[in-house]
Design a protein around this ligand. Structure first.
Ligand code: NAP
Length: 308
């Protein structure tokens, strides 16, 4: 039986592993389907304190992993498919294999929100994508017009990144101003390759008959006017949804789907803690995820000490 099982390997999970590792608790860390989490899909992280020139997202996560392993964290590759938190030891199934643990820290982060239209599903990976850094350089997107959907920091970052490859990047947003931070919004709108398309929603992604994206049909939300833009790719960057699927029914969730916290990293089940984006609908930054990973680890250490 394990002392601490940490689920997730983003900033929150690795930080929790560093702290519980240094406390000699020999944490076991489950990677999930995307080791390193969403930060590995970003390019340069400019706002993580301590890196004046910024740091590559994947490098940052590799550093955190090495640091956690140095203090005895053990890695399990796999994805949690089921949990039983009704009594201790808690039961967690990873790709069908059972692990029992005295405590659990959930740090499963969040995934990309989808537009929710049929053509998006049909053209997924055929020109519809959720990650410019992962897919932007593919030959199908080079020297082509591309569409980014969204108005937050992610959409701006995706649009800026894609200007390396695209002829034009159309930034389609449902309002007439960006939600992104001022610095990102200004940089984005100043880029001559990026053309904002305001007050517009994607009605349909075109090209299902050709098995590849050929354009988007947009609706102007103020005038109801329908227009079409030709493009070879649609990069959806409209926010995130927490990865809580295996925990539904096992712990309390907010109405929005995020894990409900009861002070620090405590969840509704004593001995189960949560940290990072899976329990944070407000800040969702790498550094706040790391900070909450630390808090959950300290709460967890105190819980285990009290058991003894
Ligand atoms: P976000 O800030 O929640 O923005 C999501 C955007 O998508 C909003 O503009 C929203 O429109 C739009 N949207 C949401 N649902 C939609 C739908 N169904 N159809 C069309 N548009 C939709 O998400 P994010 O950009 O992923 O950022 C998440 C967090 O990470 C933020 O705190 C952000 O600051 C941070 N982040 C930081 C960096 C950086 O600092 N380099 C990079 C990426 C992300 P409305 O504006 O109308 O709500």
């Amino acid at each position: 039986m394990e002392n601490v099982l940490i689920i997730g390997t983003g900033c929150a999970g690795w930080t929790a592993a560093i702290y519980t590792g240094r406390a000699n608790l020999k944490p076991v860390v489950v990677t999930g389907s995307m080791p390193g989490g969403l930060l590995t899909t970003t390019s340069i992280v400019e706002n993580f304190p301590g890196f004046p020139e910024g740091i590559d997202g994947t490098d940052l996560m590799m550093n955190l992993q090495k640091q956690a392993e140095r203090f005895g964290a053990e890695i399990r590759y796999g994805t949690v498919d089921q949990v039983d938190f009704t009594q201790r030891p808690f039961k967690v199934w990873i790709d069908g294999d059972l692990i029992e643990s005295q405590s659990v820290i959930i740090a499963t982060g969040s995934g990309h929100r989808h537009l929710g239209i049929e053509s998006e599903k049909q053209l997924d990976k055929k020109g519809v994508t959720y990650c410019a850094v992962c897919d932007g350089a593919l030959p199908m997107f080079r020297n082509q017009p591309l569409v980014v959907v969204g108005g937050g920091d992610s959409a701006c970052e995706e649009a800026m990144y894609l200007t390396r490859f695209a002829t034009t990047v159309y930034l389609v947003h449902r309002r007439d101003s960006l939600r992104a931070s001022k610095i990102m919004a200004e940089r984005t709108l100043a880029n001559p390759k990026i053309k904002p398309v305001w007050d517009s929603a994607v009605e349909e992604i075109l090209g299902v008959d050709q098995n590849k994206v050929t354009g988007v049909k947009l609706k102007n939300l103020k005038t109801d006017l329908l227009t079409t833009i030709d493009c070879a790719g649609v990069f959806v960057a409209i926010g995130h949804v927490p990865n809580t699927e295996p925990f539904k029914g096992a712990i309390d969730l907010e109405e929005s789907g995020y894990i409900k916290l009861f002070g620090g990293g405590k969840t509704s089940v004593e001995g189960v803690f949560a940290a990072g984006d899976v329990a944070d609908s407000v800040y969702r930054q790498a550094i706040t995820a790391a900070g909450s990973g630390c808090a959950a680890a300290l709460d967890c250490e105190r819980f285990l000490a009290a058991l003894e």
